[in-house]
Design a binder for this molecule. Structure first.
Ligand code: OGA
Ligand code: MN
Length: 271
């Protein structure tokens, strides 16, 4: 396999010359894990995977996340596979706001593996932002201020019409340090996101809002972002601990269908 960084300066690499339907030989798992740690989002093109092959590939990196509640998005018979679908006439795009997946869990996901089955002829890209860069580009004064802060992440965000499904997670909340240390790379990163982070610990949402809004804005500045264009057979594996993502809502009248499998990780470490 070859790891080819994308042209954008923020994050991302394509992994070439590999067939994910085959078991990974030799040090394949280690090499892919290293590519994920080095590039935060890795993309495989032109894959042809059954559901079992998709899950088997993901299991190389950790146990799979199983959805607690029966919900319409689960693939029948596979509570660990999420169907991310927008029908032709659908208006709501799943996860249509900057976020890290399920950051309100005590054990956020290591990463998600999203596999494209059907993509619109144009539109339907996904943007990814690098939370190491978001941290590293802060001033020393802001870094010092944030070191002491803990943020509250909540599942029951008011549904603003961007496809969060309240039936997936009910009344879940967890506190995470605002500056998190990546458990594998040891690098510091900014761990707040617009979808699930509601306030700082021991502060009201009102008091928290100005600084949180600025952090959301800074985290997703264009310099920190890379944009992935999908095709059927593309599989993206993002490190959910050090990235955020945003699907584009720009393909009305077209259908898009993806399968997502997610891998678990340990709780965030304090700096
Ligand atoms: C997700 C998600 C983005 C997309 O599957 O977690 O946010 O582009 N998807 O479908
Ligand atoms: Mn998501």
């Amino acid at each position: 396999m070859r790891v080819v960084p994308v042209k954008g300066g923020a994050l991302g690499a394509e992994i070439l010359d590999i067939d994910l339907a085959e078991p990974l030989g030799g040090n394949g798992v280690q090499a892919i894990r290293q590519a994920l740690l080095d590039h935060q989002v890795i993309v495989f093109r032109d894959q042809q995977l059954t559901v079992e092959q998709h899950k088997a590939f993901a299991r190389n990196f950790g146990p799979l996340h199983v959805f607690k509640f029966q919900n319409a998005r689960q693939l029948p018979g596979h509570p660990d596979v999420l169907r991310v679908v927008k029908e032709k006439d659908g208006r709501i795009v799943f996860g249509g706001q900057w976020h890290a997946d399920v950051s309100f869990l005590p054990r956020p996901l290591l990463g998600s593996l999203l596999y494209a089955l059907e993509t619109p002829p144009k539109g339907g890209d996904t943007l990814f932002a690098n939370m190491y860069l978001a941290y590293e580009t802060l001033s020393d004064g802001m870094k010092d201020l944030l070191e002491g802060l803990v943020a509250v992440h909540e599942s029951d965000v008011p549904n603003q019409g961007y496809g969060a499904d309240p039936a997936d997670y009910v009344n879940m909340s967890h506190e995470h340090p605002v500056v998190r240390v990546h458990p594998e790379t040891g690098r510091k990163l900014l761990f707040v996101n617009k979808t699930y982070t509601t306030r700082f610990r021991n502060m009201t949402a009102d008091e928290s809002r100005p600084l949180l809004e600025w952090l959301f804005h800074h985290a997703t500045r264009a310099e920190h972002v890379w944009r992935l264009a999908w095709a059927p057979g593309s599989l993206a594996f993002w490190d959910n601990r050090c990235t955020q993502h945003l699907p584009m809502t720009d393909y009305h009248g077209c259908r898009r269908e993806m399968h997502r499998v997610a891998v678990l990780d340990e709780a965030p470490a304090a700096p």
